[in-house]
Design a protein around this ligand. Structure first.
Ligand code: C2E
Ligand code: MG
Ligand code: MG
Length: 749
């Protein structure tokens, strides 16, 4: 049942009860009967509901509801004894037994509330609402003392027939009220807040009923079936509702009243202070003298000042929240907002049986822009991309920037088909190029999509799936969208396994290097070899570097893996050289992270020292990602160069910084990226390949074409005077022994 329905039910039951009582007001017997039967039936309801609640909730929460249940049981027994007394003697008054049971009931409520407060406080002790709690409790105590206890005591003194125990009611009321206020504020951020709010309201109403009852007893006016019974019944219904919601935990509760008590609770104590001050004046019958006027003015000034301070504070808090929930660069909501809102939206969709589409969008090659053109241009690009995305916001799409170039879109209540239409639109939005500081950038999105509830129902799993689908879109050529499917899940599991297994790869001897020959194109003779990593895992099988190197870079394992590869390649080169192939040169790929974070110079010096290998036998292959930290990289690479190490730039022609890198770094060899070689039939690619060859020649660099697969490609390259080639046409990467057998043997002959 929703909160609204529950409230409607409580109101309609209370109303019907009032109407019935109103009509039978003069019929003494019927009114007494109804006035007695209704609370007993309501108590039974409470007990049945709370039994259920105790069974369904767990741990500390269950004990709390158990105590409320026991309290309600005592309360019902007290009513029964009281009723028995009424039926047998015809007088309305508490007996010692009914009072004892009533007290036991309240004691259980009190212990229950204190127990819950303790349990919550152990978990979160920020003391945020402490000021409000203290103010409410002081107000309640002084109010009840002044208006109830003091008159009751006076009356007890004046009228001997009035029982002393009458003052117990307000005292018990104060205790419950105080404790419950604390619990209310503590539970505001918990899932069980709805249950606690209903319970709090129930207790408050009950205490009001008790107070009114005390008043009427003092005045000797109480009769069964009066409006106080309506108040009590309402209180009981709220307690039943509290128990009900403790088992259901509805998610949404956007009532202004609650917001007032929670958000505006900073000004709340001052309002309480104002009320107490007015009540004080009232107690003196507003007979003011110069001192009390002065005092009143000071209090008024202080309150106004404090309220101003409080308002300023809440403005600051709002600003802080904007910072905490929005991304200042794009103005979109950030990851924190996404995590909080997505859960909320899913719960809502679940209730209304609606599908939800989750789109994870990543900008292709954004890193290149950032690395080569700088962070400022990168930032501008992100802003422009976000502006394009914002064009979809009028279609009810929630969007967030959750990290670097990663955006998330949530589509509520759309079918799979509608989601894919929107993904098409997204791709169209990125069709036109971006223009920035004289650069024309073609930036496309890769989009992964997961659908609730088809793919998963949990927010974290859905996100993981959409993310996996996005990576799959990237792998299959970028600028595309991919819906999640189970086979992607297998990839995902594999990725997690790679992450957890990689750290053992070296110790367990699972890594190896294989070598791919580089040949002199004009003679087809061996010019050198490139060392390429392979990871042989007993369960995962053969894992290729593209699958584990990025993870090694993320986790920092690249340091040890990279160092291992350098040592291994050096030892192998030495072996070949000892076999007689003295000019054998091996190139080893090094990641930008190694150059940034590791003392490469020291490692290489150590290798020479230990192996006696000549520096010129080793070449390092770096990629354009080196541009991320060009100053430090240039320093390290220049140092290596001075030592005699050769440097080659790998995958040349794919990044944005190609020319810049040649100017900044001491490069010996350019390796033309295989994507350019494989598309040489296209005149544009061919033109680029020709330009790179000419450029290299002019700068006195050696040129290696990567990924040469056909004779045709080799011939074109020869005619363009490219010196060297590497690719399946000549050889796949092979074991070191095969290199000796197939290539070096030939060379020796
Ligand atoms: P790379 O340095 O550009 O290496 C060339 C890649 O192209 C190799 O893939 C090779 O097997 C493949 N290849 C060679 N000829 C052909 C061809 O004719 N056609 C096609 N389609 N592909 C060809 P592999 O071994 O999977 O390595 C991929 C990348 O992983 C390497 O690209 C390199 O960037 C990285 N890598 C490999 N070993 C290491 C290492 O020890 N350290 C680091 N940091 N990265 C490594
Ligand atoms: Mg390479
Ligand atoms: Mg390459």
């Amino acid at each position: 049942m929703s909160i609204k329905k529950m409230l409607l039910m409580i109101v309609s039951m209370t109303l019907s009860y009032s109407i019935i009582l109103f009509f039978v007001q003069d019929l003494d017997w019927i009114r007494t009967f109804i006035g007695i039967a209704a609370p007993i039936i309501a108590s039974l309801f409470i007990i049945i509901q709370l039994c259920r609640t105790t069974r369904t909730t767990k741990g500390e929460q269950a004990y709390f509801w158990l105590l409320i249940l026991v309290g309600s049981f005592f309360y019902m027994c007290s009513s029964l004894v009281w009723l028995f007394h009424l039926l047998t003697t015809g007088t309305v008054s508490s007996t010692p037994l009914s009072l004892l049971l009533w007290l036991l009931g309240y004691l259980c409520f009190f212990i229950g509330i204190i127990y819950r407060i303790k349990a919550i406080q152990d978990k979160r002790s920020d003391g945020q609402h402490i000021f409000t709690i203290v103010a409410v409790v002081i107000f309640a105590v002084s109010f009840i003392c002044y208006f109830f206890i003091e008159p009751a005591l006076t009356m007890v003194e004046q009228r001997l027939n009035l029982p002393h125990y009458i003052i117990i009611y307000p005292i018990a009321g104060i205790s419950i009220l105080g404790a419950n206020t604390v619990l209310f504020y503590l539970s505001i951020h918990l899932k069980e807040k709805v249950a606690i709010i209903f319970l709090t309201f129930g207790f408050f109403t009950q205490i009001i009923g008790d107070a009114l009852y005390t008043y009427q007893i003092m005045e000797d006016k109480y009769q069964v079936g009066s409006y106080i019974d309506v108040v009590w019944l309402t209180a009981m219904l709220f307690i039943v509702a509290g128990g009900y919601f403790a088992t259901k935990q509805p998610v949404e509760l956007n009532w202004k009243v609650i917001h007032f008590f929670t958000k505006a609770d900073t000004s709340f104590p001052y309002l309480i202070m104002l009320s107490l001050w007015l009540l004080t004046l009232y107690s003196y019958a507003f007979q003011l003298n110069a001192l009390s006027i002065g005092f009143s003015l000071i209090i008024a000034t202080l309150i106004i000042y404090q309220l101003k301070v409080v308002r300023r504070h809440s403005q600051l808090i709002k600003q802080y929240q904007t910072l905490a929930y929005y991304d200042p660069l794009t103005g979109l909501k950030n990851r924190t907002s996404f995590t909080e809102e997505f859960e909320h939206l899913l719960a809502k969709a679940g209730r209304f049986n609606q599908p939800v589409g989750l789109l994870v969008l990543d900008l292709d090659r954004f890193k290149n822009v950032n690395d080569s053109l700088g962070h400022q241009v990168g930032d501008q690009l992100l802003q422009k991309a976000a502006n394009r995305l914002k064009q979809l916001s009028d279609q009810g799409v929630e969007m967030y920037r959750i990290g670097g170039d990663e955006f998330v879109l949530i589509l509520l209540g759309r079918t799979r088909k509608q989601v894919s239409q929107l993904a098409d639109r997204l791709r169209d939005l990125f069709q036109p190029s971006f223009y920035m500081e004289h650069h024309e950038l073609i930036i496309t999105p890769s989009i992964g999509i997961a659908i609730f509830p088809d793919d998963a129902i949990e927010s974290k799993t859905l996100f993981k799936y959409a993310d996996a689908a996005m990576y799959s879109a990237k792998e299959s050529g970028k600028n595309d969208y991919v819906f999640f499917n189970q086979s992607l899940n297998e990839d995902l599991i594999k990725k997690f396994m790679i992450e957890s297994e990689l750290k053992h790869a070296i110790n367990r001897n699972q890594l190896k290097l294989i070598y791919q020959p580089k040949v002199k194109l004009s003679t087809n003779s061996l010019y050198g070899v490139e060392a390429l990593l392979r990871w042989e895992h007993p369960e995962l099988g053969l894992v290729l570097p593209n699958q584990f190197i990025p993870i090694a870079e993320e986790t920092g394992l690249i340091q040890s893996i990279g160092e291992w590869a350098l040592w291994e390649a050096a030892k192998q080169t030495l072996k070949w050289q000892k076999q007689g192939y003295t000019d054998m040169c091996v190139s080893v790929n090094v990641s930008a992270k190694q150059i940034e974070q590791q003392d490469l110079v020291a490692i290489i010096k150590q290798i020479w020292l230990d192996t006696g290998l000549s520096p010129s036998s080793l070449e390092l292959e770096i990629t354009e990602s080196i541009m991320q930290n060009i100053k430090q990289s240039a320093f390290v690479l220049n140092h290596l160069k001075q030592l005699g190490i050769k440097l080659s730039i790998d995958d040349f022609g794919t990044g944005y910084s190609s020319l810049h890198i040649l100017k900044e770094l001491p490069i010996d060899t350019i390796k033309i990226d295989q994507s350019l070689i494989s598309t040489m039939h296209d005149s544009r690619s061919l033109a680029i390949v020709k330009t790179i060859i000419n450029l290299g020649k002019n700068l006195n660099m050696a040129i290696v074409a990567e990924g040469v697969e056909t004779q045709e490609q080799a011939e074109i390259l020869i005619s363009e005077q490219c010196d060297y080639g590497q690719g399946y046409l000549f050889s796949h990467p092979i074991d070191p022994k095969q290199i000796s057998d197939q290539f070096l043997l030939l060379k020796k002959v």
